[in-house]
Design a binder for this molecule. Structure first.
Ligand code: MYR
Length: 185
């Protein structure tokens, strides 16, 4: 057998990245499978995935702000764009688009055409009602809470349920003004 041709640094990094992404996808699948076994009810699994995502989100925001150099957004519209274009890119390696704004700019959809979490996934009929990617809604909710935005994040479309895209609705419920930590006197 002929020896493998030497690969450039870029090619090696690309293949390490691909293996990491596959490992991540498979690990997430194993977590969902374990939750289905342990909790039995898909509703409970949905809740647990959302809670896990929330716990990740409240920690991940620090890494996001440190690595991205993103400064304070002027409004929720900018925040949604930052999540879709910078956040998803940083943590999932894909970008998303922001659509379906309501009139007052407090509710929109984040649409993912490509979703690495679902590579290799096929849901059996027993999993109807499962929001397989519910960890993502929790991550967004948790990270926004850490920058003073209370949100409600809901799945509108899910390709694992036969829809044509993954669509998350993000609704801003309350923007808590940040308190100045010191007294002026
Ligand atoms: C600000 O106004 O303080 C900036 C707010 C930026 C919030 C960005 C949150 C990033 C969430 C990443 C989601 C990743 C999902 C995989």
């Amino acid at each position: 057998m002929a020896p493998a041709a030497p690969r450039s640094g870029d090619a090696i990094f690309a293949s390490v990245e691909r293996v990491n992404a596959e490992l991540f996808t498979l690990t997430y699948g194993a977590i969902v499978r374990q939750l289905l076994t342990d909790l039995e009810e898909v509703e409970e699994v949905n809740k647990q995935l959302d809670q896990m995502g929330y716990n990740i989100g409240i920690r991940l925001i620090d890494e996001f702000l440190a690595k991205s150099n993103v400064s304070r957004c002027v409004d929720f519209k900018e925040t949604a764009e930052v999540i879709a274009k910078v956040g998803f890119k940083m943590f999932l390696g894909v970008t998303a688009s922001v659509t379906n704004w309501d009139a007052d700019g407090t509710c929109c959809s984040i649409v993912l055409e490509d979703n690495p979490l679902v590579d290799f996934v096929e849901l059996p009929d027993t999993c109807q009602g499962l929001y397989y990617c519910n960890i993502l809604s929790g991550v967004i909710r948790g990270s926004l809470e850490m920058v003073s935005m209370k949100t409600e994040v809901t799945w509108i479309r899910d390709m694992l349920r036969g829809d044509d895209a993954y669509e998350l609705q993000v609704k801003l419920l309350k923007q808590v003004p940040e308190e100045y930590p010191y007294k002026d006197d």
